[in-house]
Write a protein that binds this ligand. Structure first.
Ligand code: NAI
Ligand code: NAD
Ligand code: ISE
Length: 337
């Protein structure tokens, strides 16, 4: 069956997901779009050559009879109301991260989905679908480096806009590490701390950049994550797991090694869209196939909640300079799979 998808938010990732669903993936088509910026939505319909109806609001689109499935790619603070409305309408919903901007918001979604009685929600944590992270998880799970003890990560963006704030280093950027490391290590977090190194002159005056986030897991693993969103040189994602008998490192993207002008060099990507392009394809194809077979099976509303609880603790740690505990509710049996 061809799923009929309605998209809320036709910005950077909304348009990119529309492109991949229309041109690259199978089993779904875009039948409806909406954006608070109507001109933006019209331009996407035109550029992507869509045969799709333009809706005035996300709520109208969710209720539309011709829409089977909702894709939420609007700004983070709008996600909760659209996901709750999709659940109320009994429609599967793929929501880009964050599921909601607070843990309370995510908890409301979890509660509503559990009450519905069947999974409807998938969160856009695409790194779980990345070949590199997948291979790293294989090595760690197989015990090839013994038990993991320490994880060193870096999440570097070349530049960010002036509207990017200090807390977004957690809620928008490090949220990917928060999710993927929980999955990679099969562990939960117990406490977090944030320390600020010397500030780069390249960041806007209101932004603390770079930042180092220190995390302790339930198994006692220590994680450090450097978030540096004005690093200038490229989009650079690093992850190294130190184990009892060895070290395992996330593979670099496969780029050509050049010898030219007395240099040996490899290009570094600059655009997040390209760094995880295959992962987005795999995650969305997985979502479409799973919905066609009954219900989504990728990162769940509970994963969205766990990430938000951790993010809230990190933001508090940013503001207080203290070690902040990460305290989660009991996981409903509904999510034990
Ligand atoms: P953007 O600003 O380019 O696009 C957001 C769009 O949503 C805008 O066109 C805006 O007009 C629209 N919008 C906002 N509120 C709306 C509402 N109430 N109803 C309808 N439309 C609304 O932002 P971008 O970069 O596309 O990010 C969107 C979301 O995707 C964010 O939650 C972000 O965290 C997430 N994202 C995820 C990525 C990933 O790697 N998984 C990468 C980039 C973004
Ligand atoms: P699984 O056995 O249920 O299915 C995943 C399948 O996808 C496997 O056959 C695996 O070989 C393949 N695969 C996934 N990503 C790949 C990649 N990047 N390159 C090559 N092959 C890939 O997997 P699981 O162990 O239960 O899932 C692990 C976690 O990853 C879960 O949290 C799950 O949500 C997520 N995940 C989900 C899907 C999906 O289709 N929904 C796919 C991959 C991973
Ligand atoms: C953006 O929203 C993403 O999700 C990217 O993956 C991340 O690198 C960037 O920092 C975020 O702003």
């Amino acid at each position: 069956m061809t799923l009929r998808i309605g998209v809320i938010g036709t910005g950077a990732i909304g348009e990119d997901h529309i492109r991949r669903i229309t041109n690259t993936l199978s089993g779904a088509k875009i039948v409806a779009v909406t954006d608070v910026n109507v001109e933006q939505a019209k331009a996407v319909i035109k550029n992507q050559k869509l045969d799709a109806k333009l809706y005035e609001s996300g709520h109208g689109l969710i209720q539309a009879k011709e829409v089977d499935v909702i894709l939420v790619t609007s700004w983070g603070p709008t996600h909760e109301e659209f996901v709750l409305a999709a659940i109320a309408a009994g429609k599967p919903v793929f929501c880009e991260k964050p599921l909601a901007t607070t843990a309370e918001g995510c908890a409301r979604i979890v509660e509503s989905e559990v009450k519905h009685g069947k999974r409807l929600v998938q969160v856009g944590f695409m790194r779980r679908y990345d070949k590199g992270y997948y291979a790293l998880k294989d090595v760690v799970t197989a015990g090839k480096i013994g038990e993991p003890l320490i994880v060193h990560c870096a999440h570097r963006n070349p530049v960010v806009g002036d509207n990017y704030t200090t807390d977004m280093a957690i809620t928008d950027t490090m949220i990917h590490e928060i999710d993927v490391l929980r999955w990679l290590l099969d562990d939960d977090y117990v406490s977090v701390q944030v320390v600020y190194p010397r500030k780069t002159q390249k960041a806007s005056s209101h932004l603390r950049d770079p930042q180092i986030i220190l995390i302790e897991t339930a198994k006692g693993i220590r994680v450090d994550v450097e978030v540096f969103v004005n690093c200038q040189f490229g989009y650079d994602i690093q992850c190294e797991v130190v184990g009892e008998t060895g070290i395992a490192r996330l593979p670099e993207p496969a780029n050509v090694l050049m010898r030219s002008e007395a240099k040996r060099s490899v290009e570094i990507l600059t655009d997040w869209k390209k760094r995880f392009i295959e992962s987005y394809d795999i995650e969305l194809q997985g979502f479409i196939d799973a919905v066609n077979q009954g219900q989504p099976n990728g990162p769940s509303a509970w994963d969205g909640y766990a990430a938000a609880v951790t993010a809230d603790a990190c933001v508090k740690a940013q503001q207080t300079g203290e070690i902040v505990p990460v305290t989660m509710k009991q996981r409903p049996a509904f999510y034990n799979k």
